[in-house]
Design a protein around this ligand. Structure first.
Ligand code: ATP
Length: 500
C-alpha cells in the first residue's frame, strides 16, 4: 500500500482525517474517484470528489438527484453511498466528497471480460434484478453501459452513476426527462437515435442491458456507431429494416424519414453473427434488442426467460415502494445556486444525523467548520491527480497499482473483505471459483480482442461449456443466483445509518 505523504495527514480537524487516500481509481466528467481506507473501521472505500459543483445550477441539480437516488435506492446490486463528508461551511462550500463502497473495476475497464462466460447469466441476472428494483421504485437509470457497472472479482456487479437517472411520478414529468438526455450512443436505443422522444418507457434501459449482455458474451461492443446515423445503420444492419409500424412509432420526423429512405435490409440471424453462443442467450438477446420498444420484455419478463432457468427465484429478490414525489419536489421549481446548495447540504446531513436534528430545529452550525482537514484532503486529491501547478507536490512513494488495476479483478477469490462474513456468499464463491477467469486467461482474452475472430472464438468456446456448468451448479445446489451477490440484510428504503 502507498505510504501517506504527510506523517500527520488529516490529523488536525474534521472527518477527512478519517480516510487515508491510496490511489485514483477512476475519472468521470464530474470528478475523480480515489480508493481510500476508513481508518476507523479499516474498510476500503471509494471517495468521489466532485468539485465546483455549483458552477452550473443544472449540473448541481443533477448531483443532488444522483446522491438522493442512491440514498433512497438501497439494493445489493446498486453501489452504496456510505457517507458524504460534511462541507466546511454550509453557505459557501463548492466541492463535495462522497464515500462509496469500493469496487475493483468496471465492466468497461475490465475489457468486457471480467467473468468467464459461465458467469454471464449471473451477471445479467444481477442487472435485471436491479432493474426490477428501479422499476418498482419508478426510477429509470437512462445511462446503463459497461462503465457504469462496477465489478468485483467475486462476480458481484453493482450499478453506479445515477447522474442521468430520474424518478418518474406520472406522465407530467416524462417530457422533462428528455431535455438533458445525452446517454452514451453505443447503448442508446434506436428510438432515441437522432431524436428525443417525449414519451419515456423503461424499454430504453432494456435495450442498453441487451447491448451490455452482447458485450459480455463477445467481449466487443455490439453497435459501436461513430455518430447517430452510423448507429442506426449498425442497428439495422443486424436487425434488418424496421417494420412500417415500428417506424410510425418514432416521433422524430427526421429519424423516420431517414429510416424510410434506407435501402431494405434483411435481418441477420443472431446465431449466424454469434456462432457457438448458447442459443438461449441469443434468444433472450434478440428480445432485449428488439427494434420496436414495445417488443422488448420488461425486466421481470426477461428474468422469467429460460436462459435463467434454475438460477434463482425472482420472487426472492427484494422489492421496494415507489419513491415519494416529495423527495423530488425540487424538480418542479426553478432553483437558484443557493437553493441547490441548501438542498445538497440538507441531503448531506442525512449522513450526519445529529447535525440533521439540529438543522431541523433551526440551529445554525457555524461551530462545525474544519477547513484545515478539508484543505489537506483536497491537496492530496490534487496530488494524486497530478496537478502540480495547483498545489505544492509532496513526493508520494511508488504506487503498487496503476489506476483501475486490472490485477485486482483477479485477486484470489475468497479474499474479499467486504463479504467475508457472509457465509452463503462465500460458499457459492468457493463453488464458482473454478469458473472465474484467472489473471492469465483474462489477459489472453483481452489480448485477442483486436482480432475479431479469435476474440469471439475465445468467448464462444467458453460459453458453451461453462454456461451449462453454471446452470447445472445452480440447479444441483438449489441455490438462487441472487445469493451469489453478497446478500446483505437490507431494508426496503434505506434510512441513514451512518454515525456522525
Ligand atoms: N465505488 C467505486 N469503486 C471503484 N471505482 C469506482 C467507484 N465508483 C466509481 N468508480 C470508478 O470511477 C469511474 C467514474 O465514476 P462515475 O461514473 O461515478 O463518475 P461520473 O463523473 O459520474 O462519470 P460520467 O462521466 O460517466 O458521468 C467509474 O467508471 C469507475 O471506474
Amino acid at each position: 500500500m502507498v505510504q501517506m505523504p504527510f506523517k500527520d495527514f488529516f490529523t488536525e480537524y474534521g472527518e477527512a482525517n478519517q480516510y487515508e487516500i491510496k490511489e485514483v481509481v477512476g475519472k468521470g466528467s464530474y470528478g475523480v474517484v480515489a480508493a481510500a481506507v476508513d481508518t476507523h473501521t479499516g474498510e476500503k472505500v471509494a471517495i468521489k470528489k466532485i468539485n465546483d459543483i455549483f458552477e452550473h445550477v443544472s449540473e448541481a441539480t443533477r448531483i443532488l438527484r444522483e446522491i438522493k437516488l442512491l440514498r433512497l435506492l438501497w439494493h445489493q446490486d446498486i453501489v452504496e453511498i456510505k457517507h458524504i463528508m460534511l462541507p466546511p461551511c454550509r453557505r459557501e462550500f463548492k466541492d463535495i466528497y462522497v464515500v462509496f463502497e469500493l469496487m475493483e473495476t468496471d465492466l468497461h475497464h475490465a475489457g468486457g471480460f471480467v467473468f468467464k462466460v459461465c458467469i454471464v447469466p449471473l451477471a445479467l441476472f444481477s442487472q435485471l434484478t436491479s432493474y426490477c428494483f428501479f422499476f418498482a421504485a419508478n426510477v429509470f437509470h437512462r445511462d446503463l453501459k459497461p462503465k457504469n457497472i462496477l465489478a468485483n472479482a467475486d462476480c458481484k456487479l453493482k450499478i453506479c452513476d445515477f447522474g442521468l437517472a430520474r424518478a418518474s411520478f406520472g406522465a407530467a414529468t416524462s417530457a422533462i426527462f428528455w431535455t438533458d438526455y445525452v446517454a452514451t450512443r453505443w447503448y442508446r436505443a434506436p428510438e432515441l437515435c437522432g431524436c428525443f422522444s417525449s414519451e419515456y418507457t423503461p424499454a430504453i434501459d432494456m435495450w442498453s442491458i441487451g447491448c451490455i449482455f452482447a458485450e459480455m458474451l463477445t467481449g466487443k461492443p455490439l453497435f459501436p456507431g461513430e455518430n447517430v446515423v452510423e448507429q442506426l445503420d449498425l442497428i439495422t444492419d443486424l436487425l434488418g429494416s424496421p417494420t412500417a409500424g415500428a417506424i410510425s412509432r418514432i416521433r422524430n420526423e427526421k429519424a423516420r424519414r431517414h429510416l424510410c429512405s434506407m435501402r431494405k435490409k434483411p435481418a441477420i440471424p443472431l446465431s449466424q453473427k454469434f456462432r457457438n453462443i448458447d442459443p438461449l442467450a441469443l434468444c433472450l438477446l434478440e428480445r432485449l434488442i428488439a427494434f420496436d420498444p414495445k417488443d422488448r420484455p420488461s425486466a421481470e419478463e426477461a428474468l422469467a426467460h429460460p436462459y435463467f432457468h434454475g438460477l434463482a427465484n425472482v420472487k426472492d429478490e427484494p422489492s421496494t415502494q415507489p419513491i415519494s414525489k416529495f423527495e423530488f419536489e425540487f424538480e418542479r421549481r426553478m432553483l437558484t445556486k443557493d437553493d441547490v446548495r441548501e438542498l445538497i447540504y440538507r441531503e448531506i446531513l442525512e449522513y450526519h444525523p445529529q447535525m440533521l436534528q439540529e438543522y431541523l430545529r433551526g440551529v445554525d452550525q457555524i461551530h462545525f467548520m474544519y477547513p484545515s482537514g478539508v484543505d489537506q484532503f483536497k491537496q492530496h486529491f490534487l496530488h494524486l491527480e497530478g496537478q502540480p501547478g495547483r498545489v505544492e507536490r509532496t513526493p508520494l512513494r511508488k504506487r503498487r497499482y496503476a489506476s483501475l488495476p486490472r490485477e485486482r479483478v483477479c485477486t484470489p477469490i475468497g479474499e474479499d473483505t467486504e463479504d467475508s462474513n457472509n457465509s452463503k456468499s462465500q460458499t457459492i464463491l468457493a463453488i464458482l471459483r473454478p469458473h472465474l477467469l484467472s489473471p492469465k486467461k483474462s489477459l489472453d482474452i483481452k489480448g485477442s480482442e483486436d482480432s475479431n475472430n479469435t476474440s469471439v472464438q475465445a468467448s464462444e468456446n467458453g460459453c458453451r461449456k461453462s454456461s451449462c456448468s453454471a446452470r447445472c451448479f445452480s440447479k444441483s445446489a438449489s441455490i438462487g443466483a441472487s445469493k451469489c451477490f453478497g446478500v446483505k440484510g437490507y431494508s426496503k428504503v434505506r434510512v441513514s445509518t451512518v454515525k456522525f
